[in-house]
Design a protein around this ligand. Structure first.
Ligand SMILES: Nc1ncnc2c1ncn2[C@@H]1O[C@H](COP(=O)(O)OP(=O)(O)OP(=O)(O)O)[C@@H](O)[C@H]1O
Ligand SMILES: [Mg+2]
Length: 165
């Protein structure tokens, strides 16, 4: 195995340990920081405070979606800026990755949706579908926005308060 592949594998293991230990928000913050260091593309991350709200596998899925989305920004978008925002929306958790690049170069499909040709977008959709979630893609000449949504069932059940009757 080439050294760079081994190093990439090692980095991925470190990232997943970090994610497991500290939760999604710090892991995404680190991902975004490393992305800017590596590519020179400005990247910003913001999030509601939702530590421990998501099931571990759902956190991993969102992290992998963010990683693949940033790969695509680096490879295809010719963007100068990307934002990742995690929030809740009607009880669901939502992660929006938006860039200010050139958008998809291929013409939209018949249904006006962008062509989802490669493996990356398909994997992201499958990761979300696995939890009953969705990946929405919007792309035009002003940039691309991916919205990954997970339903309530991807969240941990909140513990009842210790002194509840
Ligand atoms: N942020 C983006 N800006 C511009 N074009 C994009 C962006 N994300 C995806 N695309 C376009 O969508 C196509 C499909 O992306 P996808 O990630 O599925 O495949 P890929 O990156 O080409 O290959 P891989 O299987 O290695 O991910 C890309 O080839 C590119 O043309
Ligand atoms: Mg890709």
């Amino acid at each position: 195995m080439a050294l760079s592949k081994k190093f990439e594998g090692f980095r991925m293991i470190c990232a997943l340990v970090f994610l497991d230990d500290l939760g999604l928000a710090p892991a995404l913050q680190a991902l975004v920081h490393n992305f800017t260091e590596r590519t020179g593309i400005e990247a910003n991350f913001s999030s509601i405070d939702y530590k421990n709200m998501l099931k571990a596998e759902a956190s991993t899925a969102l992290y992998r979606v963010a990683q693949e989305a940033l790969n695509n920004v680096e490879r295809h978008a010719a963007a100068t800026r990307v934002d990742i925002i995690v929030s809740t929306n009607a009880g669901r958790i939502q992660m929006v990755v938006s860039d200010n690049g050139n958008g998809f170069s291929q013409p939209p499909g018949k249904d006006k949706s962008p062509r989802l040709g490669g493996l990356g977008l398909r994997n992201m959709q499958e990761r979300m579908a696995h939890f009953g979630g969705l990946l929405l893609v919007k792309s035009d000449v002003e940039g691309t926005t991916l919205t990954a949504m997970l339903p309530r069932s991807a969240m941990l059940k909140s513990k009842p308060a210790a002194n509840a009757a």
